[in-house]
Design a protein around this ligand. Structure first.
Ligand SMILES: [Zn+2]
Length: 465
């Protein structure tokens, strides 16, 4: 099985390593950084070996949630309030092997605003052995070393000193709550409460911890999620065990109190990322009733129909995995919550859908000085574009908005024309759905012309009623 390359978007990369001084590295091809972010000690057999299968089975196997959602699972846990009491307020990595307290990739080494965001919020810093983020950090800074962990320790000491808190040392691999050679996370928790600790309550699956609440720059939080996905899908995670049927869960944790990041906002931040992977499912796990009402339990389902397509190619695991990771994180236009009548006689059936149209990233083609085009979310109801990131807007983004806006009515019309020409029978099979996607892709391509290249069409919601 060949090595897996995750294309980490340039934006994610820049947010992780911070700043323009590293552009030369960032441009040196589609950085395979996230793969390198995994453990330095590679498991020789990747994720195809019997030991990995055993760990997968003991982590919950192919039916982790037993047909329930995270929300439903959470409601059944009598001890669930304890999931929101932190053991301490020490900073640790996002690694699922270092539970407790608060989390930031590489204990903050990758984040240029770490000091500002952590001031007054943490009481100490831990690093850990075999830190993937530390590896990513030394690669990005072009630091020649065989010992990235020591570089991360030094960074953590400096940060701790600035913050006036103790550096608590490096957590040894033997003291981590996962095997040294493999990440056993089944979920990525995007924690909008700042208080979530899954390991406090038996029954909550093990996962990476992204402390969204701690991070003032949502674009950086998203970059951490991309890295976690890359590790989980790569050679040092469960990789091809994640399928449309048994996906990696990206779980939004919110609704604890008035200070929690709104679940709907987190869903908007994560939807474009989750939509790129048929084997990533976006769910919510929220505490308060009113917050439950604000977002569905499943924001974006995984798509088991893609599993079959992968298997048909006969490429085996590496093919399936390559398929999952091919998306290059180009700009994506999302058109939400539309309804069309289907062509069935009598017109009784209709289709409700949300569609994401991905375009080729300009990142390789553009000059070094330009940032990439951020993800843009189109809301038909308000007839406006909003940057999904909420981060600092730059001119390329404006250019993309202006550039795309004039095409949207024609794109919507084309999508409506294609889908309303289909019957229920046309759309229930994965072949029929793929055919519809191809038609939509071709029509959108002819609308936008040579300026943009359509790479993928995703239905993130697809319900026939
Ligand atoms: Zn780490």
């Amino acid at each position: 099985m060949g090595a897996v390359t995750l294309r980490l978007s340039r934006r994610a990369f820049l947010h992780l390593v911070g700043g323009t001084a590293l552009l030369a590295t960032a441009c040196g091809g589609t950085a395979a950084v996230a793969e390198k972010a995994a453990e330095p000690k590679a498991a020789a057999g990747g994720h195809d070996n019997a030991e990995t299968k055993r760990l997968w089975d003991s982590s919950g196997g192919d039916n982790l949630l037993k047909g329930r959602t995270f929300q439903a699972l959470f409601q059944t846990l009598p001890d669930r309030p304890r999931a929101f009491t932190l053991k301490d307020t020490y900073l640790r990595c996002i690694d699922e092997g270092t539970p407790g307290g608060l989390h930031m990739a590489g204990s903050g080494a990758l984040y240029e605003k770490a000091f500002d965001d952590l001031k007054g919020k943490i009481t100490g810093i831990y690093t850990h052995e075999g830190c993937g983020a530390a590896k990513l950090y030394v690669e990005s800074k072009n630091i020649k070393t065989d010992d990235p962990d020591s570089v991360a320790d030094a960074e953590a000491k400096t940060l701790a000193e600035k913050l006036g808190v103790p550096y608590l040392g490096r957590i040894a691999a033997k003291d981590m709550s996962r095997p040294p050679q493999i990440h056993t996370a089944r979920a990525i928790y995007y924690d909008g409460t700042g208080k979530f600790e899954p390991t406090n309550v038996p029954g909550i699956p093990q996962g990476f911890m992204i402390s969204r609440k701690l991070i003032s720059d949502p674009a950086y939080a998203k970059a951490e999620v991309e890295v976690a996905i890359g590790i989980a899908m790569g050679d040092h995670g469960f990789g091809s065990h994640f399928t449309g049927k048994s996906p990696l869960y990206l779980t939004l944790v919110g609704g604890l109190d008035r200070d929690s990041i709104p679940t709907k906002m987190m869903a908007d931040e994560m939807l474009p990322i989750a939509s790129k992977f048929h084997n990533v499912e976006l769910q919510t796990m929220v505490v308060a009733q009113e917050a439950i009402a604000s977002a569905p339990a499943v924001v974006k389902p995984a798509d088991p129909s893609k599993d079959k397509a992968d298997a048909n190619h006969g490429g085996g695991d590496s093919h399936a995995l390559g398929g999952a990771l091919t998306p290059s994180f180009g700009p994506t236009l999302v058109i939400r919550d539309r309804i069309v009548n289907l062509a069935d006689p009598g017109g009784r059936r209709y289709l409700r859908f949300t569609i994401a149209i991905e375009f080729a990233s300009h990142e390789e083609a553009k000059a070094v000085a330009e940032d990439w085009t951020p993800l843009i979310s189109y809301r038909a109801a308000r007839d406006s574009y909003l940057p999904v990131t909420g981060g600092a807007s730059k001119d390329p983004q404006k250019d993309f908005e202006i550039h795309m806006k004039r095409y949207v009515p024609a794109i919507e019309d084309a999508i409506g024309t294609v889908l309303s020409s289909k019957t229920y029978a046309d759309l229930v099979s994965s072949e029929g759905k793929d055919a519809a996607k191809r038609e939509i892709r071709d029509r959108v391509q002819s609308i936008v012309g040579d300026a943009e290249h359509v790479t993928n069409i995703y239905f993130t919601e697809f319900v026939v009623q």
